[in-house]
Design a protein around this ligand. Structure first.
Ligand code: ADP
Ligand code: MG
Ligand code: MG
Length: 953
């Protein structure tokens, strides 16, 4: 049962369904007519005449292109050329450039007239090198037609194999190879792929199964009365399949299957260009910010055959393990199969190490290729190969996607091996993945107690526990309800993506390192175990049978994606070695390779960086953690957070409810010792590093109780009539609190609040200073838009400092500065900088006020804006560089113009976002500040930005 269902979830069969899920309306506005890149492309083409334009680049014995030509030849084409140049065995072929794709969409889906001739020359070159002839009745040349964009777009484009076959050439191929089974297997594959990809014979709305697969299953049952493997189909079966496939094409597509090889080829090339604008490709590009102007190239390449028998096969491999980074030959292959079979999951592949026994010569050759690839590309490669009668051929190579753990280990190892230098090693770690390394692992003691029920491939490191769900939609619903979810599938496909995102971890019964689940896990940093063959997944019954037990949806399972183990029930997690070593001082953890590698990377980051990294911390513990992660100070302490704890909130409320200055001062006097304590704790945790302390910021009503019961309770506690509390709450009500009575406006309305806060800071400084710890407070006035606002507050602060210095007989060293978080503050930065000693960009509010968009209310329209690409990314997560960024730039320029040594930092959410950090490097800020657990990410991103800036100069 499982097998049968599994087949239906192959990549091919899922495409149609994935297409259907994208709404028609949305794609309608995305046709080629709305493309914005056409002007650029046309102008680029203009100087060329039709005669001298080169649309076709050969690779093989003569190779026109090379690996650096990805924009023109696409990733696949450029690297095929590069592999030819370094003498690797690549079947000859040619690449049609991405410019033709651009032309195609600029010219009503037609090709430049010169293309045909150049393609003919390309085919002639392949014929010459292979000794075969396209359409020949003795020794026919077959080709593959493969798409290839600049960046790899996994699963987005469709490859056609064995093109050139028809009822005559198939006989020639059979005779030439004395292998009719092989020839007819090629033919039925070709008709199936071509029918699907080019002629659009796909699962229709309401159909559960892909139509060609239905025909195969029908024939299998009719003739063999069971679900046999494809390799068991006889020549007669295959011949019959071709007939039925063609009939199906006629019915569904309304036209005859093309017999002429050239018609086939031109149709296939057109289809590849056409697929650049298919829904799946558009969705993928949007997600990864790939401009549609780039276009795709097309590769036409002589076929080599992995399906000629048991001395042949097809595989996918990595030069190192992409899950954990271990330097080992890692991958999988299928004997007697063509490439698509490996990824489609029709059969379960074997690990590549198995080849050592089965085809030692081919294995040795692959091992040699593996070494050559790494020496040449100096990075871990993900490559595709085919073995034809014992001879290895290379079909693709690219830099392999990897988990954060693998990225770390590979970068450090390659630097040790002198393949790369330390600066390149820094760049090899994707900053937005680094947090994966801090994710929890299973507690060793708990694992010892847990019941292991299955093992699979460790495809995504980390530990995950959750309630199992067998379907993506139900997983999403459960996650919405706050459940921890583990998505369990026989195999995953693009349709499952939402469920995979919602899940803590992904577990599949089938599929290897190149399966969809493994791919997605690597890309998204999900915990994943795949190919746990012992699982019997029953989608209908919604159960998983394993180890003599039946698990229902909603039951707990746990997976360890670092080792590939599956456990029954919920297993407790423990902090990652890095957190254990740095934060908890765990000596054993500090000795692990992961910990040491991480520290090495962070050390390099310190050497490379220009900006430094501070943290946003409100407690001594947070500050200490951040310092352990390498923060060199606090960029933002939000003092109001301190007012919510314990009885402090009561004193705070008393202060707010006060009717006279005297009453208010009395309440503030109660708060002062708390604040002093908090600041002292933070100063101690910082061990001499500076702390930026922001004065009270939120509107006061946020501190008051809003329900009647709460108001009555508070009234009793502090001896104030509930009615008065109610009245004060009403009074403080605002229509637009974000733009209301808050920030420095509070300190200006009630200077005694600022005075108390300043005094608390300085008294704490005096205390800690006497303990022998250096204290460097930087007092930050929020929401300043007018110089006068700032000046009024600065006077209060200086007065408090003088008072404390006199009382405690100490000398205090401190700074006073402001947050730049409203446009007027940015625009008048030159005035403000006359008295402010530092600026810290509060990019959260600066984005809200700059865009006139409330973050808390943006949920109702922003996702739609992102879909329409009005905004490319969420501006509250990644800075709007062209808009809000200008306010930052203006403030930097004007601020530094007025005060050359003005210190500049950023403390918004964006301080931990790698692409925003790039922007802050560019405008020349001194530091970024982010939450403690983001500090390593920010250090890495800042180092990378500095390295990139050096390259630009
Ligand atoms: P994708 O971009 O989806 O990986 P490819 O163009 O790489 O698509 O093709 C998928 C697989 O098809 C390859 O890995 C390879 O196994 C097979 N293939 C492509 N071209 C050839 C060829 N010329 N000869 C043999 N197999 C091929
Ligand atoms: Mg490929
Ligand atoms: Mg703010």
């Amino acid at each position: 049962m499982a097998k049968k269902l599994g087949r239906k979830s192959t990549r091919k069969t899922n495409r149609a369904a994935a297409l259907r899920t994208v709404s028609k309306a949305r794609t309608a506005n995305r046709g080629p007519s709305t493309r914005s890149g056409s002007s650029r492309a046309t102008s680029r083409d203009e100087p060329r005449t039709a005669k001298n334009a080169k649309y076709v680049y050969l690779f093989g014995r003569k190779t026109d292109g090379n690996g650096s030509m990805k924009p023109l030849l696409g990733g696949k084409g450029a690297n095929l050329a590069e592999m030819c140049r370094i003498g690797l065995p690549v079947p000859p072929g040619f690449t049609i450039t991405t410019e033709v794709c651009t032309y195609y969409y600029d010219n009503k889906r037609s090709s430049p007239p010169a293309l045909r001739g150049q393609m003919e020359a390309g085919v002639a070159s392949i014929e010459q090198q292979t000794g075969k002839k396209f359409g020949d009745l003795k020794n026919p040349l077959l080709v593959s037609v493969r798409s290839g964009a600049r960046d790899s777009m996994p699963g987005m484009m469709d490859t056609i194999l064995n093109l050139g076959l028809n009822d005559q050439t198939v006989e020639a191929l059979a005779a030439k190879t004395s292998n009719p089974r092989f020839a007819w297997d090629c033919y039925r594959r070709f008709v199936q792929m071509y029918g699907d990809v080019v002629l659009g014979v796909q699962k229709a709305a309401g159909e559960d199964h892909e139509p060609f697969e239905m025909v195969i299953e029908g024939l299998k049952h009719e003739r063999h009365h069971q679900d046999i493997e494809d390799t068991k189909l006889t020549v007669d079966d295959l011949k019959e399949l071709v007939v039925r496939f063609k009939k199906l094409v006629k019915e569904r597509a309304g036209k005859q299957f093309p017999d002429s090889p050239w018609d086939q080829l031109l149709g296939a090339v057109g289809a590849v260009f056409g697929s650049w604008m298919n829904d799946r490709a558009i969705v993928y590009r949007r997600k990864y910010n790939i401009p549609s102007e780039w276009g795709t190239a097309v590769n036409v390449q002589a076929m080599v055959y992995g399906n000629t028998g048991d001395e042949s096969g097809s595989g996918v491999a990595f030069t190192r393990n992409p899950a954990n980074g271990v330097k080992e030959f890692y991958g999988e292959f299928l004997i007697n199969a063509q490439g698509e079979d490996v990824v489609a999951g029709v059969r379960t592949p074997e690990p590549v190490a198995q080849l050592k026994k089965e085809m030692p010569k081919a294995y040795a050759e692959l091992e040699r290729i593996r070494q050559t690839l790494e020496k040449h590309f100096k990075d871990m490669q993900d490559f595709e190969f085919t073995i034809e009668d014992g001879v290895v051929y290379m079909l693709q190579t690219r830099n392999g996607k990897r988990t954060a753990m693998a990225a770390l280990k590979i970068s450090i190892d390659m630097q040790k091996e002198k393949l790369i230098d330390w600066k390149v090693a820094i760049q090899r770690n994707p900053a937005d993945q680094l947090e994966q390394l801090l994710a929890p692992v299973f507690d060793a003691a708990e694992v010892a107690k847990a019941r292991a029920i299955a093992t699979g491939l460790p495809a995504g490191p980390g530990a995950a526990s959750g309630k199992i769900y067998l379907n993506a939609d139900r997983a999403v619903v459960a996650e919405d309800k706050g459940e921890k979810v583990l998505l369990v599938r026989i195999e995953t496909s693009p349709e499952d993506l939402r469920g995979m995102i919602a899940a803590e971890g992904i577990l599949t019964a089938r599929g290897g390192v190149s399966s969809h689940a493994a791919l997605v896990a690597r890309q998204m940093g999900k915990v994943c175990v795949c190919g746990a063959a012992a699982l019997e997944v029953d989608y209908q019954a919604r159960t998983v049978k394993v180890d003599g037990k039946t698990f229902k949806e909603g039951d707990w399972m746990s997976i360890d994606g670092t080792v590939g183990k599956v456990f029954a029930g919920q297993v407790k997690t423990a902090p990652s070695e890095i957190v254990a070593g740095l934060i908890h001082g765990d000596e054993a953890a500090r000795k692990t390779e992961k910990f040491k590698n991480f520290q090495q990377l962070m050390k390099w980051c310190s050497d490379a960086t220009r900006m430094y990294v501070r943290t946003n911390a409100d407690t001594p513990e947070q500050a200490a953690n951040a310092v352990a992660f390498g923060a060199v100070g606090i960029g933002l302490t939000r003092t109001e957070h301190m007012f919510f704890e314990g009885n402090r909130i009561d004193a705070m409320r008393e202060m707010i409810l006060a009717e006279t200055v005297e009453e208010r001062k009395a309440a503030l006097a109660k708060l002062l010792p708390y604040q002093r304590e908090d600041f002292a704790g933070i100063f101690r945790a910082l061990k001499g590093y500076p702390a930026t302390i922001r004065f009270l910021d939120p509107p006061l009503h946020e501190f008051l109780p809003h329900t009647k019961e709460q108001q009555e309770e508070l009234g009793k506690k502090i001896g104030v009539p509930a009615a008065r509390i109610h009245q004060r709450v009403e009074q403080l009500h605002e229509f637009n609190p974000m733009l209301g009575f808050r920030g420095c406006r509070l300190g200006i309305g009630y200077p005694e609040i600022s005075a108390m806060q300043a005094r608390a800071v300085f008294e704490a400084a005096a205390i800690v200073q006497k303990e022998g710890i250096k204290v460097r407070p930087e007092i930050m006035i929020p929401l300043v838009g007018f110089k006068k606002e700032f000046d009024l507050q600065i006077d209060v602060v200086h007065q408090a400092a003088r008072d404390v210095e006199a009382e405690k007989k100490v000398k205090l060293s401190y700074m006073v500065g402001t947050m730049i978080e409203i446009p007027r503050g940015a625009l008048t930065a030159d005035e403000i900088a006359q008295t402010a000693e530092f600026f810290s960009f509060g990019t959260n509010d600066l984005t809200q006020t700059g865009l006139g968009m409330s973050r808390d209310d943006s949920g109702s329209f922003l996702p739609h804006y992102q879909e329409l690409e009005i905004v490319k990314k969420n501006p509250f997560a990644s800075i709007d560089a062209t808009g809000v960024g200008q306010l930052v730039e203006i403030a930097v320029k004007k601020g530094r113009g007025a005060r050359a040594n003005l210190k500049l930092g950023i403390c918004g959410e964006h301080g931990g976002d790698p692409s925003s950090i790039q922007f802050f490097e560019k405008v020349g800020l001194d530091y970024v500040s982010c939450s403690p657990y983001r500090v390593p990410v920010a250090r890495l991103a800042a180092a990378q930005a500095a390295l990139a800036a050096k390259v630009r100069d």
